[in-house]
Ligand binder design. Structure first.
Ligand code: GAL
Length: 633
């Protein structure tokens, strides 16, 4: 497959006279794709029913005629003001019951039927008008579901839909009361109409209630998206995508992905570093102009899985952004590196956000490929280099990795509902394990929780998966791979209740979690032989072999045949020790990578990237700071 480049463009922001020159310049730079349309509702329908699509017809024509392929976005992330006046209750309410206001974007509640009907209408207008347009090469639904904390809504519309969702799931109110343990604190309900949303309670709501609400909210995102996809597909055979984000875990991306042809995500490595990676100050300082060396790769692997193999970067950071706590400029070379890293993980396309920096409104401090005065910005220069390199490179292919990690959004909902200790969260557990594997030089596949066939993998890790259905436990126990479970794996049943027999209740593994505790993070619990548990540990009992022990003599990691259970929150050294040991058992070769050097195997190529600010040595030779190195295998 030919890997491609693209950009995000807003023709409605610029005089029409500029479009042709812009399009020519995009083609000259080697771009293939141009994404447009996703925020243009007020320009397409300035007042109810007054349609003004001619300009979009012309924009698509100009871009397409220049040789570009258009990704057409539906504009439902930005309902215009008249729509709010028509449906004043369409906005989401936050957990304090306050309405989210007009004046930015994403001011809608996924459950509002009136807004959904408006979305159907505008999406149908798009699909009917452009479904057969040969310049439209792909679609995008909405923009970044969940961005700006918009998945959970505590609105009356959400309440009504939640009650219906619960009635459908539990059948009778007695079944719900039993499943949630509502006898506790006299919380028993007489009917589904008694049930409220789990906000504004005096102290914490029942975790079963909260988890159900999170699952419901996730399903609302999936059904909102499906509604658009169904309409688009009636009129177009072009692939449909949605642009997901980094570390947004409030809805199940796999479920949304089931309705898409291509998963895309928006990658802002420097923007993410400060508040999404979960690293200390020293790490953030040393990667401030490069981004975390594993965070992008993790999402590349995640979205390859969400897209069932087909995925893109829809928005690639082009320079300083406007929205992070600090917004530094990338080191020269990073905008090229990020693109190559994405291709190494199988991206079909990388599109830079955005074409020209807008001198007005919220993102005036956000770089583009062009400056506001139309001069080339560094992103354009680096993108041109990538385009030249792509022309001279044979294809990058994807093959199964030797190790896999399961990522389960439902587990994230459960951890968020009941973290048990400050700072404990599911994403971090999985990401820490991922980083440890990458530092051993390994390529990693990320699998969804519904996977049952693990053939071909030497190691499969499912840390932190709080609810594990029995058939998953069985499939893992029977797999040939080394299996890693814990901490908190299988710690709750499907309704967020502690199961008896006590967890993990794993076939062929005699380990029982007898008690758990969370502690201050500055009370690390040393392991004999190196590494620590930090902030959380479990007391393990059973006849399985103790392979790691805490210094106080308690078992820390236990193992029986191919099944390993980790009874605490590992620091980097503990994960590294454990995975090294398991790789030895599974006969997987490892390396010891440090600093910002990482690699990924792509067919016959090993692609090395250096997120470090200094040149470094790799087994394949020296790699420049912010450099990429191609090794033939
Ligand atoms: C993304 C979003 C874009 C733009 C960009 C700025 O989250 O999809 O519309 O706002 O961030 O970095």
């Amino acid at each position: 497959m030919k890997r491609t480049l693209g950009t995000c463009y807003y023709p409605e922001h610029w005089p029409e006279e500029m479009w042709e020159a812009d399009a020519r310049r995009m083609v000259d730079a080697g771009l293939t794709w141009v994404r447009i349309g996703e925020f243009a509702w007020s320009k397409l329908e300035p007042s109810p029913g007054e349609l003004s699509f001619d300009w979009l017809d012309r924009a698509i024509g100009v871009l397409g005629t220049a040789g570009l392929k258009v990704v057409l976005g539906t504009p439902t992330a930005t309902p215009p003001i008249w729509l709010l006046k028509k449906h004043p209750d369409m906005v989401a309410l936050d957990a304090d019951g306050k309405a989210r206001g007009f004046g930015s974007r994403r001011h809608y509640c996924f459950s509002h039927e009136g807004y959904r009907a408006e979305c159907d209408r505008i999406v149908r207008l798009f699909a009917e008008r452009y479904g057969a347009n040969s310049h439209v090469g792909a679609w995008q639904t909405d923009n970044e579901y969940g961005c700006h904390d918009t998945t959970l809504s505590y609105s009356p519309a959400a309440l009504a839909a939640f009650r219906a969702w619960l009635a459908n799931r539990y059948g009778t109110i007695e079944a719900l009361n039993r499943a949630w343990g509502n006898v506790f604190w006299s919380m028993e309900y007489g009917s589904f109409d008694d049930i409220g949303l789990p906000n504004l309670t005096v102290t914490e709501p029942n975790p079963s209630h909260m988890l159900a609400f999170r699952r419901f909210s996730s399903d609302q995102v999936a059904s909102f998206n499906r509604q658009q996809v169904d309409i688009i597909r009636q009129h177009s055979s072009a692939p449909v995508s949605h642009n997901f984000m980094g570390r947004i875990t409030e809805f199940d991306h796999f479920k949304v992905g089931d309705d898409l042809d291509i998963a895309t995500w928006d990658s802002y490595p420097l923007g993410f570093l400060e508040d999404r990676v979960g690293a200390d100050d020293a790490h953030q300082r040393s990667f401030a102009r490069q981004g975390d060396p594993d965070f992008q790769a993790f999402h590349h692997d995640l979205y390859r899985s969400v897209g069932k193999g087909r995925w893109w970067v829809m928005e690639q950071q082009p320079g300083p952004v406007n929205w992070a706590p600090y917004n530094p400029a990338p080191l020269p070379g990073m905008m090229r590196l990020w693109a190559w890293e994405a291709y190494a993980h199988g991206a079909e396309a990388v599109c830079y956000f955005r074409w020209r920096q807008a001198p007005f409104a919220q993102e005036q401090m956000h770089a583009g490929m062009l400056r506001p005065d139309n001069a080339d910005a560094p992103a354009l220069i680096e993108a041109r280099q990538v385009a030249d390199e792509l022309r001279g490179t044979s294809d990058v292919s994807v093959k199964q990795a030797p190790v896999a990690l399961i990522f389960d959004y439902d587990a994230d909902f459960a951890w968020a509902t009941q973290p048990h200790g400050a700072g404990l969260n599911y994403f971090q557990v999985v990401f820490d394990a991922y980083r440890a594997l990458r530092k051993l030089g390994l390529s990693v596949d990320i699998l969804r929780a519904q996977t049952r066939d693990f053939s071909g993998y030497g190691i499969v890790a499912a840390p932190g998966m709080i609810y594990m259905p029995h058939d998953l436990k069985r499939a893992l126990a029977e797999a040939d791979a080394e299996i890693v479970l814990g901490p908190r794996s299988a710690a709750r049943n499907a309704d967020m209740v502690i199961p008896v027999p006590l967890p993990p209740d794993m076939p062929d593994l005699d380990v029982t979690v007898a008690r758990v505790e969370s502690t201050r993070p500055d009370m690390p619990m040393p392991l004999r032989g190196g590494g620590h548990f930090i902030g959380y540990r479990e007391e393990l009992e059973g006849s399985a072999d103790v392979i790691f022990e805490l210094e106080d003599g308690h078992p820390a990691v236990m193992c029986s045949d191919n099944l390993t259970y980790v009874g605490g929150w590992c620091d980097d050294a503990a994960w590294a020790r454990l995975f090294k040991e398991l790789c030895r058992k599974a006969r997987i070769e490892t390396m010891d990578l440090s600093g910002g050097v990482r690699c990924r195997d792509a067919g016959d190529l090993r692609i090395w990237t250096n997120y470090g600010a200094e040149a470094a040595d790799t087994p394949a030779g020296r790699i420049a700071a912010a450099g990429v190195l191609f090794e033939e295998l």
